[in-house]
Design a protein around this ligand. Structure first.
Ligand code: PGA
Length: 218
């Protein structure tokens, strides 16, 4: 079986006690997996999740949902790659929600990638169309068409394969993930695609049962 990446993007959900309950429930459901499981909770929950994972020796890696485009300085509310590197190995960059909410430009996204890499973090670079540029040295791309995010209507797997294949031809990336309304019922349609190496999950990652089902049904 190909090793795949399963990313849980909690967005702005969960308190610390909810995160604890999620981890407690998820642990026995995960049992043996050879896949890479990446949990992306909100910033304030990273430290707690990190200790919980270490204490229980869980095969889960942490990621952040965004990163500052600045090395450090007077940027209220921004969290730098330098700060994040003590907590996470991965960082989601250019999610369509952060692109929209923070009016992120391609230059800023490039800067985020540069800083993430400089601090040893691996970017998970999101694009919602085939034509959005992907910065050099990005090895993980998540293709998430806008209409499929949070809509309950995942994209057509044939169309996803076509776009993922074309991205792979143009960029030297190792993994292309699909994201957009993935559930345990439909994950197989995407995980079996030749050019797809995993999934990025929003809504269905909030329940430990649904997220575990996605991993086991892939
Ligand atoms: P969704 O979110 O699984 O809820 O569609 C995916 C995402 O936004 O990354």
């Amino acid at each position: 079986m190909r090793k795949q990446l399963f990313v849980a993007n909690w967005k702005s959900h969960k308190t610390q006690s909810e995160a604890q309950l999620w981890l407690q429930t998820f642990t026995p459901l995960l049992y043996q997996t050879t896949h890479t499981v990446i949990l992306c909770p909100p910033f304030p929950l990273l430290a707690f999740c990190k200790s919980y994972i270490a204490e229980h020796h869980l095969p889960i890696t942490l990621g952040s949902q965004t990163v500052s485009p600045h090395e450090e300085g007077a940027y209220t509310g921004e969290v730098s790659a330098r700060t994040l590197k003590d907590f996470v190995e991965y960082v989601i960059i250019g999610h369509s929600e952060t692109r929209q909410l923070h009016h992120e430009t391609d230059e800023q996204l490039q800067q985020k990638v540069t800083l993430a890499l400089a601090h040893g973090l691996t970017p998970i670079y999101c694009v919602s169309t085939e034509t959005q540029p992907i910065p050099k040295l990005v090895t993980i791309v998540a293709y998430e068409p806008l209409f499929a995010i949070g809509s309950g209507h995942p994209a057509n797997p044939n169309a996803v394969e076509e776009i993922a294949h074309s991205i792979k031809q143009r960029y030297a990336v190792s993994y292309i993930l699909y994201g957009g309304s993935v559930t345990g019922e439909d994950v197989m349609q995407f995980s079996r695609l030749l050019s797809i190496g995993g999934v990025l999950v929003g809504g269905a990652s909030l329940s430990p049962q649904s997220f575990a089902k996605i991993i086991h049904h892939a």
